[in-house]
Design a protein around this ligand. Structure first.
Ligand SMILES: Cc1ncc(COP(=O)(O)O)c(C=O)c1O
Length: 389
């Protein structure tokens, strides 16, 4: 072991700990669900992206067992060698149709979809213009491409317009935004973004990981919620949250855009196919959602109840209607302490601090699920009231 390097890493770790930024990983010993077991104790879970409560569902497990029997565990191949099965093609078709697009391409995660997108589509003659609070995978995706990079202030349409004006000489301008921002739970102004894109002849990319399956009238996502339809040129999203919560990601767009990604996107070409069991179960989930619209209804009722009770108890929370509800604390150590007090009361929530959120903006991020009952939500609010005192 190189002793100098060892010292550097030890120093970095000590500094992370000193600042109260060290992230503990708790070991879960149960399925993901409204309740989870940690160290032999049961907790109500308020920090999963399990928006529709499907992650541990019996029906999904049943579909998974059948898929394992039929398709085996893995494919040991990338898509273009011998890793494309009938179910991969079926899932791509279903996802595209569900979101209202011509075609879709699968990745093993949305992180991969985002890092595989910009470098494939843009060159040094282009510019990419990104919201300040976009997800880390978008930031890394931008770093990997040769286009000029611009950041606009969070959801600030005036600043976005300035950046569009400043890049008029570029061949292609691509605006990229999260549909819903994961640490804030706020919803992008997609109408504003699409109007500006049209005015300045730019393309729009939206990462809808925290919306696919439940935002909008039929759960398509933020484009449906905002009424912008296919004015968004590319949507990237994940199967790892509302749609069953396993893993996998995708991009939807026009037929030729997807064909081009299939030919050129390095993360697609040089990485193993999505596991058959995940492919089959996600396909099952998309059908399942059509006949289980009650899940979305339940989720939104729960979101409304939690937000209302928190506000009645004096917590300042954003007005945006989304299952992500950040409880702002500020100081990282204080947020961490508060989350561990909540844990003692049987409520599993996590404090987020730098580098996941900006320094000094530590928070506890609550995530509501369709699986929560009214009693669960009342218990969580009561715990917040007690702990905050
Ligand atoms: C906005 C956003 N995009 C992308 C991702 C990455 O998704 P995946 O887990 O499929 O890589 C996440 C996950 O946290 C996310 O919140």
């Amino acid at each position: 072991m190189n002793q100098e390097f060892k010292k550097i890493i030890e120093g970095e770790l000590a500094s992370i700990k000193e600042k109260g930024l060290f992230k503990e990983e708790r070991i879960i010993s149960s399925k993901q669900g409204r309740e989870i077991m940690v160290n032999g104790k049961k907790y109500l879970n308020f920090c999963a992206n399990n928006y529709l409560g499907l992650a541990g569902s019996k029906e999904l497990i049943g579909a998974g067992k059948k898929a394992l029997d039929k398709w085996g565990f893995g494919l040991s191949s990338v898509r273009f060698i011998c890793g494309t099965t009938k179910i991969h093609k079926e899932l791509e078709k279903k996802v595209a149709k569900y979101l209202g697009y011509e075609d879709a391409i699968l990745y093993t995660s949305c992180f991969d979809a985002n890092t595989g997108l910009f470098q494939t589509l843009l060159t040094d003659q282009d510019a990419v213009i990104s919201d300040q609070l976009n997800h880390a995978s978008i930031i890394d995706g931008m770093r990997l491409c040769k286009a000029e990079r611009h950041i606009y202030n969070h959801s600030d349409m005036n600043d976005l317009e300035e950046k569009l004006k400043a890049t008029q000489s570029k061949r292609i301008r691509m605006i990229v935004t999260d549909g819903v921002f994961s640490m804030e739970g706020d919803i992008a102004n997609m109408k504003g973004v699409c109007d500006l894109a049209e005015k300045y002849n730019a393309l729009v990319v939206m990462d809808d990981s925290h919306s696919t399956g439940f935002m909008g009238k039929t759960g398509k996502g933020t484009h449906e919620y905002a009424g912008v339809g296919k004015r968004v040129d590319f949507i990237t999203s994940t199967f790892g949250k509302a749609l069953g919560g396993a893993s996998g990601g995708f991009v939807v767009s026009s037929k030729e855009n997807i064909e081009f990604l299939r030919q050129r996107s390095r993360n697609y070409i040089f990485s193993n196919s999505l596991a058959p069991v995940i492919t089959a179960v996600t396909s099952f989930v998309i059908d399942y959602l059509k006949s289980h619209q009650d899940l979305r209804k339940q989720l939104w009722e729960n979101v409304e109840l939690f937000r209302k009770l928190m506000q009645e108890n004096g917590f300042e929370i954003s007005k945006q209607a989304h299952p992500i509800v950040p409880i702002m604390i500020g100081d990282a150590a204080k947020a961490k302490k508060m989350a561990s007090e909540m844990l003692k009361m049987g409520i599993y929530v996590i404090a987020f601090s730098y580098p996941v959120v900006p320094e000094g903006k530590a928070r506890i991020r609550v995530q509501i699920s369709a699986a929560h009952t009214r009693k669960d939500i009342e218990r969580a609010v009561a715990a917040f009231v007690k702990v905050s005192k």
